[in-house]
Design a binder for this molecule. Structure first.
Ligand code: ATP
Length: 344
């Protein structure tokens, strides 16, 4: 379903937890709400679910305002980190629960549960109880249970947070496929950058109650719109005084301009590796870390430390060695603005 949120606000006492948040989610999309702890992600999700009422603003599903609809009338399914399964019920009965509440005929319940058991890879586990399942299997039952009544929106709050790293990785690709197959609009909360980048069609970065940016993972990485987003997503080095950065002096605005540089936009090498030597400047290799497929190199240029990578095929560098450095692109920002500059 198409979700529209307009100027959503939420206060808890004096605390302004969600600040004027607006966004649209297209039908069938999977959106990741990403941000630091306490930023307001869960509060936004709970308002969409109807578990919390907005202080002001509007939530529309299919163009209709749902602010006052109770959760059970919103056509949503939930999977929460701690939304435990019913311990005394078998996998079958857990999945069937929502359908029984809706008084669905027995034969229909059976068919739907079997369909979901198949879809979530739980065939053969129908008669087991939650304590006889692994963490990953339990979470798959939780997904099947949420999907059984055919919701039009799936809300997931850190669904894999309690699961260990290896299984979590498997569940991520599993979830991606599941959502594609079912074609259901879904929103999931995470504070794990990799998880959001890997799973979501679009990411919304939430910090201190505000929506900082919404976009595809690639777009957010490449074109961050706020300093917060630039530092939160991906690796980078910050140069406190951007006027010190060769090739970027002309782009500096005001005395307080800082530059943020992604490793892939810093090229380092020996003199003979550059055709335009005049565009480069001298640097010193400070640290080298072997990373399996490449070297991570910390290089110092006029007192600024920059982090970049160098592929294994190239000549090995040594600590203390003088090399040439070329910064191709930087994200510049001062107290009020930010802009991206290419070094040509
Ligand atoms: P996390 O990743 O830690 O779950 P979050 O981004 O989901 O964080 P929320 O749970 O939405 O953040 O909380 C946002 C802010 O609102 C936090 O500072 C939290 O302490 C506060 N908050 C949330 N619920 C309540 C409540 N019922 N009463 C008072 N304050 C609350």
């Amino acid at each position: 379903m198409h979700v529209e949120v307009r100027n959503l606000n939420k206060h808890f006492g004096d605390f302004h937890a969600v600040k004027d948040v607006s966004f649209d989610i297209a039908k069938g999309h999977l959106i990741g709400l990403l941000g630091p702890s306490g930023g307001g992600k869960t509060s936004i999700l709970r308002m969409l679910a109807g578990l919390e009422s907005p202080g002001s603003g509007e939530i529309r599903f299919h163009g209709k305002v749902v602010n006052h609809l109770p959760p059970q009338e919103r056509g949503i399914g939930f999977v929460f980190q701690n939304y435990a399964l019913f311990k005394h019920m078998s996998v079958f009965d857990n999945i069937a629960f929502g359908l029984k509440v809706k008084k669905t005929p027995k034969a229909q319940i059976r068919d739907r549960v079997m369909e979901l058991v198949e879809l979530t890879g739980l065939k053969g586990f129908e008669q087991r109880y939650p304590h006889q399942l692994s963490g990953g299997q339990r979470q798959r039952v939780a997904f099947a249970r949420a999907l059984a009544p055919e919701p039009q929106l799936l809300l997931l709050d850190e669904p894999f947070a309690a699961i260990d790293a290896k299984i979590r990785q498997e569940l991520r690709s599993w979830l991606r496929e599941l959502i594609e197959r079912v074609g259901i609009t879904s929103i999931f909360v995470t504070h794990d950058q990799d998880e959001a980048i890997e799973v979501a069609d679009e990411i919304m970065i939430i910090s201190q109650g505000r929506l900082e940016q919404k976009g595809t993972p690639w777009d957010i990485y490449k074109n961050p719109q706020t300093p917060f987003v630039a530092t939160f997503i991906g690796e980078s080095t910050v140069v406190e005084d951007a006027s010190q950065l060769k090739g970027f002096e002309h782009a500096v605005q005001g005395s307080n301009t800082r530059a943020l540089i992604r490793p892939e936009y810093i090229e380092i090498g020996l003199k003979n590796e550059f055709t335009m030597l005049s565009a480069t400047e001298k640097g010193t290799v400070k640290h080298l870390h072997f990373r399996g497929s490449e070297w991570m190199v910390e290089v110092e240029v006029r007192g600024h430390k920059l982090i970049t990578y160098r592929s294994l095929e190239k000549t090995t560098l040594e600590i203390g060695q003088t090399i040439r450095v070329l910064v191709h692109r930087a994200y510049l920002f001062n107290d009020s603005e930010s802009w991206i500059v290419e070094n040509r």
